[in-house]
Design a protein. Structure first.
Lengths: 206, 976
């Protein structure tokens, strides 16, 4: 007699579990850079998963009072997402650029959808009147995205530098490689862009 | 700004940065001479450069993850709330800021309410940061002023120090001036208080360094009116801003202060003294008084804002004196305009310090009012309310009062059950149902655009809990914007970001992107609610024509067909819903998954898993608990779980009928007849009446031997929808059980006719098949075959095939029986009951017919785990259970194993709550008697025969087993 049905095909209400399938991030990125919008849909949950995994690890550390540096956790996450070292890209720089752009798209969209900020057609709701938060202010991805778009008009390379370093998690040297300029130029671009974006997002007082 | 200009500014910025701080001023003045605008731009950028700190220095992924983590900690309230820290009992979380999290707590020793401020993990990581936190906080705690938030003490809890502070209620100045324009004299009153507080602090040598509207709190003090209090004295330097020491606190230091409120010297990284606070305060004053300030105020402000500290007010006391002079000359009642929209949209994790919002708790329910549509476009009518309902039902936190309960309340209020839910009516329903809030929606035209609005109003207080608004440029974006508004509303009402994140499917993804399809769907729901399923189906078909991938519409279609007894069509709809299940809300996905396993695959284990997940995700979803308690658990004999879930369903929604009958059924199944009756009474008290309840009442009376009660239900049945055919079939079973086959046949024919007339072929067939079965048990093989095949002609439904298969097997037609078993096994290879009960039962009968009783026993081992589970035939037509047990008993009997056989038949007779009036129960008595003879227990055998013959006293004379029984009885008594 047939055994009672197994239950392993029941997964559509549960989020697809971590290692159930090996996603081809590289392939998806290539597809996306060719303009395949479905690839973005497929990449989004992968990034979200990594994001929440990272958040959960921070949380555990926070709760256990573990104050070790957490840089390696982030690096690990970026590598899991976009392990360029294992990927056979003809154009490494192109790959960097595409993955940074992707992170920007996804994280901004995430903020737009979940951070309850300014969405399309929504009223502008400042959640606060200016508090002393460095980290949290950084997280206003939506405002940053707008500001970056504005910066692109003034100085496209500076906007690219920010995209690569902040969203793509690239080092100064890697950024220099992608943009084919010296590291000094990157550092200078970076500090100008930072100051400009900071003011653009937080606004001058008077 | 032109790119060229930008490059010029950049050049100057970097050149200025290469100068030492002392020389920067001169450098800027020199190099920008003749272009004040250029100088201003460079200065602003320079200020931002200093203020930017580690802005953007951590990768985006890290920042985003930290925000999620901090929200987790903050909003789940699972961090410290409820625990005891030192001698403080933590009550609730008040907010979080850059410094860390703030809690409301009670000092158990002193019995007073306090605020506890824990510094953030980021600061704890830095030893020096912790030291300075202690130092600065200690200094601040020395300040004792009515307009400074008092720091009581600094204490340690493990590695983290925390501050114990005065607990304040009210709002920050920033929030206050945003909300309303304050009268001048009130504003000046606050300004004087702040100046006085600053004066006291400055005299003590303490500089605030981060004066801004968000750090000034307006306390709503009882009796004495409002009062301003400065928060966070001495904490600014913690943030790593370059202070007098000129060194940042931490390498990864946070940025402190909004660039906008810093004095020039502070922004330029020069040494600062108390006059930096005066400058910042000038900016606050400017913001407080808005654009239309009068000239005297403007003069005071400009004196605060002089770039040269030497030319500002030198002491806060001078400032206070000027403000006092001004105030005494101001008539109260003059209003200054409120400041405009404040810049700087901050991220989540915002500074919620002491924000006095009323939030809902997880036990509150809410009511939906109708959507107010003033656009004149009928497509929005009711569509948006339905969309809102779908969206709110996504929330495990908020719980909508069910439509049924609302309709009942409306009736009690003397209104029609389908009355419009105007805000006033909704408010009353809200109060009567003990709900917390009414959610109202509106859509209005604005030029070519729309303004979409949502409001939540506390129905006890009438106060506005939350208001959300969006401007939507295109009709197609309305559903999308509605999702966002609902998400905002959910958050504002207190839902945690964790559940928001997990359960907020975009409306157009959860339902349909087409407003027209949504409108048709809404109409279908409404029509169905009024009991007209056939008309509702017309609307559903329209919705599906517009959007053939509309999963929720398929799901509703499945329900409607199911209600109409069209199980095949219902299953087909469910299959479609399942196919498009990605396009459904989280909640609806559960519904679809469950329906798919119940109606299409029959996989009860997986259906139960879905219910488990569903009820744990939406603990207040009455339907989830009800479906869990229904056939999903009953069909595997898990009655205790069924009872538990049914009770939960009733608790969640006492007006949801299925909760009651599911509980009553399961109480009966475990032979708790009195409990079942109590449930039935409770349902009656609520005025709940359905055919299921009727049937349970009828059989409860039957089990109690209450003939009058049974007759009463027969009468009642005429006025209950779907009641008459069902009760008629139940009466037929009761007659057949006593061997009164002719009467039974007549009653059954009536039931079959009624079902057929209602277009319910499968139901008719299932009724008809019951006669095939009892004729087979009674030994009327010919009649059994004939009736069974007739039933099969009506329907090849799964349960019909099963019952006919058993009847044919009992009647010796093993070839046809085997064909039916094959068909079932192949067609429903995942179906729990088919695989474990139906198919083994028929195959075991086939083996009996072929003279292989040992094979039967072997085959029936598969059924053992579900021995006491009711079959779906029992659930729908009150017969057809215990077949494996009966066949096993018969197999043992044929093998000459009397006592084993007796045990099987006794099992059947020991469960009157499961067997009800199934004629099998009567035949089992006779079989027991026969097996006892075989076991040579003549005394018990005689009593079993007596039992059977008494029950069949009024039986028709020509029934084969009755004749056999009488002959066997005579032989037995002659031997005794």
């Amino acid at each position: 007699m047939r055994k009672l049905s197994s239950t392993n095909d029941y997964n559509f209400v549960v989020k697809v579990q971590d290692e159930t399938k090996r996603e081809d991030v590289s392939g998806l990125l290539k597809a996306w850079s060719r303009g395949d919008q479905h690839a973005l849909q497929d990449l989004t949950p992968i990034v979200y998963r990594e994001l929440h995994r990272l958040a959960a690890r921070y949380l555990r550390r926070e709760r256990s009072g573990n104050s070790l540096r957490t840089t390696e956790l982030v690096n690990e996450a970026y590598i899991r997402l976009v392990d360029y070292k294992r990927m056979q890209w003809q154009n490494r720089a192109h790959f960097f650029a595409v993955s940074a752009q992707l992170m920007r798209r996804i994280l901004v969209e995430h903020a737009r959808r979940h951070n309850l900020k300014r969405g399309a057609g929504m009223k502008h709701v400042p959640l606060d009147d200016g508090s002393s938060i460095g980290g949290a202010r950084d997280a206003d991805f939506v405002a940053l995205d707008d500001a970056l778009n504005a910066l692109t008009h003034l100085d496209e390379r500076k906007a690219k530098v920010v995209e690569l370093r902040f969203f793509g998690g690239l080092s100064v040297a890697e950024t220099a490689e992608v943009l084919n300029v010296s590291t000094v130029t990157i550092l200078r671009d970076w500090s100008t862009a930072k100051a400009w974006l900071y003011r653009e997002i937080n606004g001058p007082a008077n | 700004m032109e790119s060229e200009r930008f490059r010029q500014i950049e050049e100057l910025l970097h050149a200025a940065l290469h100068q030492s701080p002392e020389k920067r001023e001169a450098f800027l003045a020199d190099s920008c001479s003749g272009d004040p605008e250029l100088e201003r731009e460079v200065r602003l950028l320079l200020e931002s450069h200093h203020a930017a700190g580690d802005f953007l220095e951590s990768p985006a992924l890290e920042v985003a993850a930290r925000v999620i983590a901090s929200q987790e900690i903050g909003e789940n309230g699972e961090s410290l709330v409820g625990s005891i820290v030192s001698h403080y009992r933590v009550i609730s979380r008040l907010g979080a800021g850059g410094m860390g999290v703030i809690y409301k707590a009670v000092d158990e020793q002193l019995g007073r309410t306090v605020a506890l401020k824990f510094i953030s993990e980021q600061l704890v990581r830095d030893i020096e940061g912790v030291d300075r936190f202690r130092r600065e906080a200690r200094a601040a705690s020395s300040l004792n002023h009515p307009n400074i938030c008092t720091v009581y003490s600094i204490e340690e809890d493990g590695p983290r120090p925390f501050m114990v502070m005065e607990y304040l209620e009210g709002a920050t100045l920033g929030q206050r001036i945003k909300e309303e324009a304050l009268p001048t004299h009130v504003l000046l009153g606050f300004a004087i208080e702040i100046a006085d507080a600053l004066d006291t602090a400055h005299r003590a040598g303490i500089v605030h360094r981060d004066i801004k509207p968000g750090n000034i709190f307006i306390v709503s003090a009882g009796g004495t009116g409002t009062r301003a209090k400065i928060l966070d004295f001495g904490l600014a330097r913690l943030g790593g801003q370059e202070g007098r020491e000129g060194e940042p606190l931490t390498n990864s230091g946070m940025t402190v202060g909004t660039a906008g409120y810093m004095s020039p010297e502070q922004a330029l990284g020069k040494p600062v003294d108390h006059r930096t606070d005066i400058y910042s305060f000038g900016l606050v004053l400017k913001e407080m008084t808005g654009e239309h300030r009068d000239a005297r105020v403007a003069r005071i402000i400009s004196k605060c804002l002089d770039h040269d500290p030497e030319r500002r007010y030198q002491h806060a006391s001078n400032l206070r004196a000027d403000l006092e002079k001004l105030k005494s000359g101001t008539r109260s009642g003059t209003r200054l305009a409120a400041a405009g929209v404040i810049v700087a949209a901050l991220a989540i994790g915002s500074y919620l310090y002491f924000r006095p919002t009323m939030k809902l708790n997880a036990k509150d329910t809410i009511i939906l009012a109708d959507f107010r549509n003033t656009t004149g476009d009928a497509v929005f009518d009711e569509t948006l309310r339905q969309g809102l309902a779908v969206q709110l039902a996504e929330s495990p936190f908020l719980s909508l009062v069910s439509e049924g309960r609302i309709q009942k309340t409306l009736t009690v209020m003397g209104r029609r059950a389908d009355a419009l839910m105007s805000p006033e009516v909704a408010r009353e329903v809200c109060e009567r149902t003990g709900s917390a809030a009414v959610v109202e929606g509106s859509i209005a035209p604005l030029g070519n655009q729309y303004v979409l609005g949502l409001r939540a109003i506390g129905c006890q207080s009438g106060s506005l809990l939350d208001q959300e608004q969006a401007q939507v440029s295109r009709k197609e974006e309305v559903l999308h914007s509605l999702t966002q508004l609902v998400t905002n509303l959910r958050k504002a009402m207190g839902e945690s970001s964790a559940t928001l994140e997990a359960h907020s499917t975009l409306l157009e993804e959860a339902t349909t992107p087409s407003l027209e399809a949504m409108k048709a769907y809404t109409a279908a729901r409404k029509t169905a609610a009024s009991g007209n399923e056939r008309a509702a189906l017309v609307f559903i078909k329209r919705a599906l024509q517009i959007d053939p991938g509309f999963a929720m519409a398929y799901a509703l279609q499945g329900r409607l067909y199911g209600d109409l007894g069209e199980l095949g069509l219902s299953a087909e709809s469910v299959r479609k819903a399942y196919e498009f299940r990605d396009r459904a809300s989280t909640r609806e996905k559960f519904y679809i998954a469950h329906a798919y396993d119940r109606q299409v695959t029959g996989n009860l284990e997986r259906a139960a898993q879905t219910c488990e997940l569903w009820t744990s995700t939406y603990p207040r979803d009455a339907e989830a608990h009800t479906l869990y308690s229904a056939f999903t658990t009953k069909g595997t004999g898990n009655y205790l779980k069924s009872i538990e879930e049914a009770k939960e369903a009733i608790k969640v929604d006492p007006d949801f009928p299925p909760g009651y009958w599911n509980l009553a059924y399961s109480d009966m199944f475990v032979d708790h007849l009195e409990d079942a009756k109590a449930v039935l009474r409770a349902a009656a008290q609520r005025g709940i009446e359905t055919s299921d309840l009727l049937i349970v009442r009828y059989f409860a009376a039957f089990l109690s031997g209450d003939r009058a009660g049974m007759q009463r239900e027969v009468e009642t049945a005429k006025s209950v929808p779907d009641g008459e055919d069902w009760i008629s079939q139940s009466e037929a079973l009761v007659r057949a059980r006593s061997g009164r086959f002719q009467e039974a046949s007549t009653l059954l024919q009536h039931a079959v006719d009624l079902a057929q007339r209602a277009g319910q072929q499968e139901r008719a067939a299932l009724y008809q098949a019951s006669e095939a079965m009892w004729q087979a048990y009674a030994g009327n093989a010919q009649a059994a075959k004939q009736i069974g095949l007739a039933a099969l002609d009506r329907s090849r439904g799964r349960d019909v095939e099963y019952v006919v298969g058993v009847a044919l097997g009992l009647a010796g037609d093993w070839k046809r029986a085997q064909a039916l078993a094959d068909d079932l096994e192949k067609r429903l290879n995942e179906d729990t009951q088919v695989q474990v009960i139906y198919v083994p039962a028929i195959r075991a009968l086939v083996e009996l017919d072929r003279g292989e009783p040992a094979h039967s026993i072997e085959i029936l081992k598969a059924s053992k785990p579900y021995e006491l589970a009711i079959t779906f035939t029992q659930f729908r037509a009150s017969y057809g259970g215990f077949v494996p047990t009966y066949v096993r008993g018969e197999a043992y009997r044929r093998m000459g194993k009397g006592s084993e056989a007796a045990k099987e038949f006794k099992t059947i007779l020991d469960h009157p709550g499961l067997i009800w009036a199934d004629p099998q129960g009567a035949v089992a008595r006779l079989q027991l008697a026969r097996t006892l003879v075989q076991a040579k227990d003549m005394k018990k055998a005689k009593s079993a025969y007596d039992d059977f013959l008494t029950l069949w006293q009024g039986a028709d004379a020509d029934i084969p087993i009755l004749r056999q029984a009488k002959a066997e009885y005579e032989e037995l008594t002659s031997r005794l």
